[in-house]
Write a protein that binds this ligand. Structure first.
Ligand SMILES: [Zn+2]
Length: 404
């Protein structure tokens, strides 16, 4: 049986990519099947569709069903429009394409990527890069979507997933419940009178951290706050806490949401809002991927010398290791070697170096030219790099996310 698989995400729908609608994908796949005489006589074609599912989601119903059918040996060919329809996760794609499908003797075709596992033109080397590009594209898109969401939020539309304690939505407006507002005011009053967090928590049967959160919540002063967390999709999906200066706030026009005013703040909270939290915690573009090659501790920005990465554990004091600019240069030089090296490895006698993957080289160079901002650099790093160990200045080991 031939499986045609189509997927569209909610995002794709929002930006109205006509070429990606389920119907259009299926049309393309059906035409491909008939044009290329892929379907044997009396062979069945089954269409699997996931409507409104992201390519980063592995638990799409039809996708899982299709894999189950593969497992049951009901399917011998899988056809998709391009790799990204199957998944936006390049590790999963490589897993399927290089291990799972061959193991199950599945012929796999990605029409617009020009990939057919039966064709001997596939060196199988350049494809990991394609899927990496996909991921880059995907994260770029999600950034754009995020931006428009932020525009919405700053124009007053409340769009955070979780409301602060005490609030509810009534007639599509955020309001504070009366009984909770009373409780919140009492907590602030107690704190101003000198009660400790612990005393307050016992009095109102809360945890200390609940009390802390209530006492540090700008919403009670009449601010809409968002961007408290940033969702990083790469290398792993995780929520990263943002420092209060990075929060975005607008004061509520009608002051519907305010519960207290500034005069009710205790001194420590006034100081908290006034203090810069960023100073010592500035994130560098290698955040989350660089480690000290000696002790394994995460590298952080040097407090005194701007632009330097250091290990705070080694030698009992800050050990300066490398400048971020230099480390990026090293990464980039080696990426080129890895990238072009990969292409050369893909040269399996038939092709001369000049013919191999010219389009991919072009793509790669275009990609590199577009890397200008730190945000893009950070994204590029996260896509290609698993981990970087720095043990001495210039002594750098990079673990790539590219499967060899
Ligand atoms: Zn160290």
């Amino acid at each position: 049986m031939i499986a045609l698989y189509a997927r569209i995400s909610k995002k794709d729908k929002r930006v109205q990519k006509v070429s990606n609608t389920i119907e259009n994908q299926l049309f393309l796949l059906r035409s491909y099947v008939s044009d290329n005489a892929i379907c044997g006589e009396q062979e069945d074609i089954h269409e699997f569709t996931d409507d409104g599912y992201s390519g980063t989601d592995r638990k799409r119903p039809s996708f899982m069903k299709m894999l189950a059918w593969v497992e049951l040996e009901k399917i011998d060919t899988v056809i998709v429009k391009d790799f990204s329809r199957l998944s936006r996760d390049h590790l999963l794609i490589s897993e399927l394409r290089e291990k799972y499908f061959p193991l199950k003797q599945i012929r796999f075709i990605a029409v617009l990527d020009g990939y057919d596992s039966l064709s001997d033109e596939n060196t199988g080397i350049i494809y990991p890069f394609k899927t990496l590009f996909n991921e880059f594209y995907c994260s770029d898109i999600s950034r754009k979507v995020r931006c428009s969401l932020e525009a919405k939020k700053s124009s007053g539309e409340y769009a955070v997933a979780k409301l602060p304690f005490g609030y509810e939505i009534k007639d599509s407006k955020v309001v504070c419940r009366k009984d909770k507002a009373e409780l919140i005011r009492n907590i602030y009053k107690r704190r101003k009178e000198g009660s400790t967090y612990e005393e307050i928590s016992k009095l109102y049967d809360m945890t200390v951290s609940q009390v802390w959160r209530i006492l540090h919540e700008p919403a009670y002063l009449g601010f809409h706050v968002w961007h408290r967390y940033e969702i990083e999709s790469l290398p792993l999906k995780r929520r990263v806490k943002q420092m209060p200066e990075q929060w975005k706030m607008v004061s509520d026009d009608k002051n519907d949401i305010a519960v207290i005013d500034e005069s009710m703040l205790s001194d420590d909270i006034v100081r908290y809002y006034g203090k810069s939290h960023r100073k010592n915690n500035a994130r560098h573009i290698f955040h989350g991927i660089t480690k000290c090659g000696i002790c394994g501790n995460a590298l952080c920005s040097d407090r005194a010398k701007k632009g330097w990465l250091c290990c705070r554990k080694c030698n009992g004091k800050e050990k300066k290791l490398i400048m971020t600019g230099r480390l990026y240069q090293l990464f980039f030089d080696r990426l080129k070697v890895v990238f072009y090296g990969e292409i050369c490895c893909g040269d399996r006698e038939k092709k001369t170096a000049g013919q191999i993957g010219n389009r991919e080289i072009e793509l790669f160079e275009k990609l590199c030219q577009n890397i200008k901002t730190d945000v893009d650099r950070e994204m590029l790093l996260n896509i290609f790099v698993k981990r970087i160990y720095v043990s001495e200045p210039e002594k750098v080991i990079i673990y790539w996310r590219i499967k060899k």
